[in-house]
Design a protein around this ligand. Structure first.
Ligand code: ASP
Length: 317
């Protein structure tokens, strides 16, 4: 009893002092991409609440598993965190030899946003609408190149869904994140991609890339002309990308709660809301910005994607 009381007191003291130095957030995707952008906006708003700097370290590659493994192995002291997305859940099945068990490796903090995706191409790609794109991709011998952020990434999942709807193949070109994919699309080195609107809104508005559709049920406020995939010919096509903040398992609960409270406060910050709106996404509802909701989402998403990936038999290792 005495020990428990002491431990609780120590925990409270740790939380009061925490964070006494900058917190490092590992983002397992390249700089300049959507996960990076979401993470930087979130980190800035959380650091205002916590009164401490939060730094972003990009560690892309191997479907996000390299950066994720670093967080899993980090000291569980609240000074190393992960911000990532659905790729965390798909990697759990795609990689049969992961050095961690995704369902139990984390002390989740909370979910950040559910970002819509857009189907895009280089600005001079021949098809001018989703209907034309569908017909183009269905042509025999079609050699369209599709840039993605590696196996299990959001862009990979979107490409898989598209190819399976069209019963056609896309030649995928893997990158460490979709920031570099966007550079190569703008530079016309590759034909197509599908990426979170958080990365594509600016280039679509500037006509640096061509956009065919948004993958969520409603049109995007700042791209009102862009139809939904469902409206434009792919009935029922729907994909939104959840992002969350995770700490390594064993992080003291007082610190987890402090971070979760900071995340909820950050998601109410008008500056964050404005910046999210500019890139066509929105802060996650308060009830989902909690450790419990993030753990539930992680587990249910692992369970949702596992049979799909196993049925495809397309493993990363
Ligand atoms: N959008 C990427 C993905 O397809 C990752 C990124 O660079 O943020 O998962």
């Amino acid at each position: 009893m005495i020990f428990r009381a002491l431990a609780l007191q120590l925990g409270c003291a740790a939380a009061q002092e925490y964070p006494a130095r900058p917190v490092n957030i590992i983002v397992p995707a390249a700089a300049g991409g959507p996960t990076d952008t979401i993470s930087r906006i979130t980190a800035q708003a959380m650091s205002k609440v916590l009164g401490q700097q939060m730094t972003i370290e990009n560690a892309g590659g191997a479907g996000g598993t390299i950066g994720t493994a670093r967080v899993v192995r980090a000291e569980p002291d609240g000074y190393t965190l992960l911000i990532y997305h659905v790729g965390l859940a798909t990697a759990a099945t795609l990689f049969r030899k992961l050095p961690y068990d995704t369902k139990t490796a984390f002390a989740p903090i909370g979910l950040v946003t559910d970002a819509p995706m857009t189907i895009i191409a280089r600005s001079d790609f021949a098809p001018n609408s989703l209907g034309e794109l569908i017909a183009y991709l269905k042509q025999p011998g079609n050699k369209t190149t599709f840039g993605n952020a590696g196996i299990g990434s959001a862009s990979h999942l979107c490409g898989l869904l598209l190819a399976s709807e069209l019963k056609s193949q896309l030649a995928t070109v893997p990158y460490r994140g979709t920031g570099p994919v966007m550079n190569d699309l703008i530079g016309k080195q590759i034909d197509m991609s599908c990426d979170q609107a958080t990365n594509t809104t600016g280039p679509i508005q500037a006509r640096q890339v061509k956009a065919y559709a948004v993958t969520t049920k409603s049109r995007l406020p700042s791209l009102p002309e862009l139809p939904t995939a469902d409206e434009a010919g792919l009935k029922g096509f729907e994909l939104a990308i959840w992002h969350g903040v995770f700490a390594p398992k064993g992080t003291p609960s007082s610190i987890v709660q402090k971070l979760a409270a900071a995340l909820r406060a950050a998601l109410k910050d008008p500056d964050l809301a404005r910046r999210f709106a500019e890139i066509n996404t929105a802060p996650m509802a308060e009830a989902k910005a909690t450790p419990e909701a993030a753990q539930r989402t992680l587990e249910s998403e692992i369970n949702r994607w596992a049979p799909i990936i196993k049925a495809a038999g397309d493993y990363a290792d």
